[in-house]
Design a protein around this ligand. Structure first.
Ligand SMILES: *Cc1c(COP(=O)(O)O)cnc(C)c1O
Length: 240
């Protein structure tokens, strides 16, 4: 455990240096960017160590793993972000721990989230519209995300849904389509979309973009939240 905490500390320091350098290069204050550590596939003990090292925000992408982990860490002061594709039958469980859902990408999910927030008695839930930048490819379906042309409609639906708060937009740099291999162009496109959303919804200021491999490009393009897994926790085993 001691070795693990030192490993996490060193990785966090390296990621912090990358974020600070990217902010400096972009002429942005460091405080503009929040690090969210993606703890998926790693045990609750790592989440606990990260909290002890000053991490304030963590993310998970599968409710089956996240729910027990969040329960084990209920005594910690952490903001939990849900960043994976969300089935409507998991919404109730996710609402028990998530402060913010980054993967809102369809009207049916908006309705389900709103209904469950009201039933749960919690005040509200932060929502980001996940934008799919894969273009018209089969992969667009698999990775989630709403097409850019439909973002405004969905943003309107979230902002008028009782119990939901529209916080901004999220994207993953696409592996296929017009932006494949060019994360900076993808994140610039996301920034345009974010700015259009803010015109109608000024409080929707979050831009969640950038992972271990492309956080510099995301910060250059204006990301306010980077979601970093591998660079902090180490390489994950291949998907089960
Ligand atoms: C896993 C994941 C990340 C983190 O990816 P790394 O490359 O490990 O930093 C970020 N965002 C989402 C949506 C993820 O599923």
């Amino acid at each position: 455990m001691t070795a693990r905490v030192e490993e996490l500390r060193a990785n966090l320091t390296a990621v912090e240096q990358r974020i600070a350098a990217a902010c400096a290069a972009a002429g942005r204050p460091r405080a503009d960017v929040t690090l969210i550590v993606v703890t998926k596939t790693y045990p609750a003990s790592d989440t606990r160590l990260l909290s002890g090292l000053g991490v304030t925000d963590v993310a998970e992408n599968r409710d089956q793993d996240a729910a027990p982990k969040a329960a084990e860490c209920a005594d910690l002061t952490l903001r939990w972000h849900f960043v994976g594709q969300l089935q409507t039958n998991k919404v109730r469980s996710v609402l028990r721990y998530a402060d913010c859902v980054h993967s809102v990408d369809r009207l049916r999910l908006v309705t389900a989230l709103s209904n469950e927030v009201r039933k749960s008695g919690r005040r509200d839930l932060g929502c980001l519209i996940q934008v799919g930048l894969e273009g018209d490819t089969p992969e667009a379906q698999a990775r989630g995300g709403v097409a850019p042309a439909r973002v405004e409609e969905l943003a309107e639906a979230v902002s008028s849904a009782p119990g939901l708060r529209l916080d901004g937009v999220m994207a993953v740099a696409p592996l296929v389509g017009p932006y494949a291999g060019d994360p900076r162009a993808a994140f610039d496109r996301l920034a345009e979309i974010a700015s259009a959303v803010r015109k109608a919804h000024p409080a929707a200021t979050m831009v969640s973009a950038g992972m271990s491999g492309d956080l510099e490009e995301a910060i250059a393009a204006g990301a306010t939240h980077v979601r970093v897994g591998t660079a902090v926790l180490g390489a994950r085993p291949p998907l089960r």
